[in-house]
Design a binder for this molecule. Sequence first.
Ligand code: SF4
Length: 493
Amino acid sequence: MSTKRRIYLSKSRFQNGRQCRKRLWLEVHRRDLIQVSDASQARFDEGNHFGELARELLGGGPAIEAGPLDAERAQAETRALLELSVQQVPRIFEAAFEHDGVRIRADAVLRGAANNELVEVKSRTSVKGEYLWDCAVQAWVMRGAGLPLGRIHVGHVNNQFVLEREDDYSGLLIKVDVTGEVEPLIPEVPGIVGELKAVMKGNEPVIATGRHCGEPHPCPFTDYCKSQEPEEPDYPVSILPHGGKLVEQLKRDGFLDLRDVPEERLSNERHIRVARASRNAEAIISPELVDALGALAFPRYYLDYETIGPVVPRWIGTKPFQQVPFQFSCHIEQADGSIGHREFLDISGNAPMQGLVDALISACGTTGPILVWSRSFEAGRTREMAAWFPHKAAALNAIVERMVDLLPIFRDFYYHPAQMGSWSIKKVLPTIAPELDYADLEVSNGGMAQQAWREAAHPDISPERKQQLRAAMLKYCERDTWAMVKLARWRPW
Ligand code: SF4
């Protein structure tokens, strides 16, 4: 008797297999290779939070308790609920169905006398193409399992929602009827299912990495797949900023090393600079850099925010995904070279905006440029705070008016090959002040700062850990503005 374990497809395996056959195979056979980034984990946690809230917003009802690894019990629980009348159980969440080797859990089944409806819940703000396939495979399984299914919906986040009363999230979820788009896909599902089953049973597919690894979702096997491929050249063509189709075409034409690409193949001025600097292994610095930096008046303020943008708004007046500043660092440089520092950080979990606005206005004085890296972000957040606090709007709008962006100055007049096609401050800084990297910091990027905030603001955190996180977050944000000081003071000759 064969003891071989049967391998099932699931909704996520179906989707991951559509993205890449190798990804599906690895998920089934080499789960030990999965590497989930902090950003992906944070998105996942946020999605779960919205998913739980969506149940209430759809009217509430029983959710199948058996976990994802206990499909048989989940299906038995589902059958038991379906035997009860629609009046007794009008909605079922996480209902489990199986058909032809595919097991799915439906986010929400809205029951009706003759027909049921499916709602696929997504913590995004619009209906994306891949969601239709999520719905199609579920509809195919549900009907195959004998459940009459009529309308099909995607329930997504309403990006116009504003939290006006504490815990009142009515209106946060938008239900979009996608039946018309999904029905034509359903006949294609069995063919894809058959193909994916063959992939799961076969050997590891040989598929090169490419754009598909990030679309529609970043693949957690990227490190593994890259490790199987020949080592990349020091300056791969993929470093061309926003290279997209051009990079794909260059690769198809056999150009892997940017240094080998004839200059006539490049038309974008930045691409040409990146390629030249890579080829010559030296920085390209325009005289205008010195002029632009020298023209900045004193006192100079160097400002940086850290923000958090939860799917489910936490504070009155905020929208889903709205980036709310909870921290800033501000270095202040006088004409005589002396430096001061002001900062703010709120990890209480309460609305941080009022405290931050007061501290910001006090820190920024009334004259002198406020230097930022990528102005649209800091300016956008400051304008939003002006809208929240109309009585402080004049002072906040004056801060916006004084903001000067260091990024375009460096992007237009400076490029070092070690930047690898990027002008993020973390790429530029080590080429000018190598002693100032971020490797010694516990929190060393914006995503980690958000993770740290979530942990620090959690009610169960210990005071010691909270203090440790606070210190790490302050150090990180201060490093960002100190980096700007170093860059603005730098003179190449
Ligand atoms: S990294 Fe790319 S090639 Fe490798 S499994 Fe993922 S999607 Fe497929």
